[in-house]
Design a protein around this ligand. Structure first.
Ligand code: PDD
Length: 288
């Protein structure tokens, strides 16, 4: 982290080693806060209004006021991004603030606001060319996975479970249906149709997921938002994960078995090309 030029903390831009947060911050003590990760392509914040509106939804779900206007956020991000180059990502988090440890909300508390920019680490080309492995795992998380909460213990345990089994991602299953990945959304392809689980309390409303659905609908690619049973996952022609930093990545092995013919499929090639086309138009200011 020390190679970051500066971070933003509570109104100040500081070298990371000078940014200090109290040990009594409720983010540290309770995981009481929310976050966002926003990719920056060609110097432009990708789908910024979507990320800020999801941030508003997360904040209101945990009963915190947004400490900044969109213009103020934009100002903070622009200053953080100026120190870097190439494609970057913004991480931002807001916790309820500092108070003596008590589960109940303390009155008149000031939120802690933290943000930084870092270079975007794209998936290695071989992952795109060959796809990645995933394992299925019981979704042991709570019932408000739609909130982008910083309390990610279950997600971290599940991701590590996948790594320990030689895979990249855990595909989470609740009551026999796929919810999402430990840090991604999931799509399957069957007979030329895309299917992704519907939004609701058990998944994060992914910005990349929504964009893939939007592009599919605009380009006439059949796409359903419907529950995906574990049997449908096993029988899928293709499976993908989506996220702001991994974009659209094919999953070609699940629990040690090949997905379809074990190679990234033609629908992935098509949708990824359309996504990259959209991204290029965005970089050139021709898409929002
Ligand atoms: N995670 N579901 C979960 C549980 C996630 O953590 C993420 C992203 C997504 C994909 O959402 P989006 O397309 O908006 O990035 C879905 C981020 C990247 C992270 O925690 O680093």
């Amino acid at each position: 982290m020390a190679n970051l030029a500066q971070v933003y903390l509570n109104g100040e831009f500081l070298p990371p080693d000078q940014a200090r947060v109290s040990v009594f911050d409720r983010g540290f003590i309770f995981g009481d806060g929310v976050y966002e990760v926003i990719p920056v392509f060609g110097g432009r914040l990708f789908r910024l209004p979507h990320h800020l509106s999801r941030l508003d939804a997360s904040l209101s779900a945990i009963r915190l006021r947004n400490p900044h206007t969109p213009q103020e956020w934009n100002g903070i991000f622009t200053r953080l991004l100026a120190a870097g180059s190439g494609d970057q990502s913004i991480y931002l988090q807001i916790t309820r603030g500092v108070a003596p440890r008590d589960h109940a909300f303390p009155p008149n508390i000031t939120p802690t606001v933290f943000a930084y920019a870092q270079p975007l680490k794209y998936s290695p080309p071989e992952q795109l060319a060959q796809g990645v492995a995933a394992v299925t795992a019981a979704d042991i998380r709570w019932q408000r996975c739609d909130i982008k909460a910083i309390a990610l213990l279950a997600n971290a345990l599940l991701r590590q479970q996948a790594i320990d089994q030689g895979a990249m991602e855990a595909i989470l299953v609740r009551d026999g249906v796929v919810t999402e990945g430990a840090a991604s959304n999931i799509f399957i392809v069957k007979n030329g149709r895309l299917v992704t689980p519907p939004k609701g309390p058990f998944i994060l409303p992914g910005i990349t997921r929504d964009l893939v659905v939007e592009i599919a609908r605009a380009k006439g690619v059949p796409c359903d938002e419907l529950p995906v049973k574990i049997e449908a996952l096993s029988a899928a022609d293709e499976v993908w994960l989506t996220s702001s930093t991994k974009e659209i990545l094919p999953i070609t092995r699940i629990d040690g078995r090949a997905v379809g013919n074990g190679k990234p499929g033609p629908m992935h090639a098509k949708m990824f090309a359309l996504y990259k086309e959209y991204k290029q138009a965005f970089i050139q200011g021709q898409a929002d």
